[in-house]
Write a protein that binds this ligand. Structure first.
Ligand SMILES: C[S@@+](CC[C@H](N)C(=O)[O-])C[C@H]1O[C@@H](n2cnc3c(N)ncnc32)[C@H](O)[C@@H]1O
Length: 403
């Protein structure tokens, strides 16, 4: 598809998702033919090719059967047709990411250690994550299953990895940071297994709407910097009637929404699960001379109910929620709905037809239908899609709920 065709296709996809939401909210309306609120035109990404600032490469069996292939998975384990393809043809990935992946593949193919494909089969070399920024800085993170190796034995392979990327053939990648994480599970946080800086700078920095952001290896940052600016501008525009009150930024990552909206608000409170991201968010507020933002580490479902009880119902409160694909925990929705001060809630989702749909229902259904929910129901008032992911079927959808 041309990019214009992609945008038309995505706009229609979001319209269908919102119709599905309306049907869920009012089952009596079996076939709603039109939305009861405006869906604004999709905001295009200013950059269409090579926009990703983060790529996640798997290690698995390639088309030729080589178990040390670094790339993207195609097929499924269940259908026994899973293979790893190198992905150099993908339009959304910058070529620099593929260069690092090819080097990592050469390195692990020359290594005496095997790749770790299924944990029960053993093996060590696992995924590779590459992060880059607008200034061309590159961070690589290598994931490694320690199995029963001793720290000294692992140390030999870490040294070989550093030598390869700093003095050997991998030096063409000009890595600014090389991290290593020992991961005996699918995914470990920094707290569970520290990210070990083997070479270079501990952080990568990105600039959004004139604000500078420090990003640690474990922290979330939107994958498309230019389109993230468009997203935050769209959110600020939708939030313009809430100027001056308190903003709750639920699932705040490194504080990008909080900080970019800080000038509109008296006070901003961000809540985020990943501790490294919260440290980044606090640092980023200070770095940008922003003094009205505070950030709390923890699960939103644990932090928010206590926090809400300390906020007065006559306070002007707005919530912006941007959870991962798992959506918001029911306790988060209940705490937001039951607080009378919240008149407007902005929901940002990259998968609105997934778990987020459950949240839309929890926000908008009659209070009698959900245990513990006493607050007045919200209703959607406007939605705007923002294309953060050209050449894929996804985009972000921002929905404003009011009551
Ligand atoms: C899509 S990101 C949003 C980040 C932010 N709004 C931005 O634009 O940079 C979702 C964030 O939710 C966090 N998260 C996931 N589950 C959470 C939970 N239960 N409580 C708090 N934060 C959570 C993730 O760590 C991630 O940083």
């Amino acid at each position: 598809m041309t990019y214009d065709e992609q945008l038309l296709w995505k706009q229609e996809k979001q319209r269908k998702i919102l119709l599905k939401m309306m049907k869920r909210l009012d089952p009596a309306d079996t076939f709603p033919s039109d939305l009861s609120f405006p869906l604004l035109p999709i905001v295009a990404s200013p950059v269409r090719d090579g926009y990703r600032n983060k790529s996640f490469f798997s290690v698995n069996r390639g088309v030729d059967g080589n178990q040390k292939t670094v790339g993207f998975l195609v097929g499924t384990e269940r259908q026994k047709n899973l293979i790893c393809v190198n992905g150099g043809h993908l339009l959304n990935m910058p070529s620099t990411h593929n260069v690092v992946a090819r080097c990592y593949e050469d390195f692990i193919r020359a290594s005496p250690l095997s790749s770790c494909i299924l944990f029960i089969d053993g093996g060590h070399w696992r995924e590779l994550v590459i992060r880059t920024n607008q200034s061309g800085h590159t961070m690589a993170i290598v994931y490694f299953h320690p199995q029963s190796l001793t720290p000294d034995e692992i140390g030999i392979h870490k040294t070989a990895l550093v030598e390869y990327f700093t003095q050997g053939p991998g030096s063409i990648c000009q890595l600014d940071s090389l991290y290593f994480q020992e991961t005996p599970m699918t995914r470990c946080s920094h707290k569970q297994s520290p990210y070990q800086l083997l070479h270079g700078q501990p952080h990568i920095y990105e600039e959004v709407l004139g604000f500078k952001f420090r990003i640690s290896p474990d922290s979330f940052f939107q994958v498309n910097q230019g389109a993230a600016e468009a997203l935050y501008r769209a959110i600020a525009e939708l939030n313009r009637d809430s100027v001056g009150g308190t903003l709750l930024d639920v699932c705040c990552g490194t504080g990008a929404v909080s900080i970019s909206l800080s000038r509109q608000m008296d006070r901003v409170i961000g809540i985020e699960l990943i501790e490294q991201a919260v440290e980044d968010a606090k640092y980023n507020a200070a770095l940008n001379g922003v003094h009205n933002c505070e950030f709390i580490a923890g699960k939103a479902e644990v932090v928010l109910p206590n926090l809400m009880s300390g906020l007065h119902s006559h306070d002007a409160l707005t919530a912006i929620v941007n959870p991962s694909r798992a959506g918001l925990h029911y306790r988060v929705v209940r705490a937001l709905r039951n607080h009378r001060g919240i008149k407007r809630l902005i929901y940002v989702s990259c998968k609105p037809d997934g778990e987020a749909m459950r949240n839309f229902y929890e926000l908008c259904c009659r209070s009698a239908l959900i245990k513990g929910v006493t607050g007045k129901a919200f209703r959607p008032t406007v939605a705007v899609p923002v294309d953060l992911f050209p050449h894929t079927s996804d985009c972000e959808l921002v929905i404003v709920f009011e009551r």
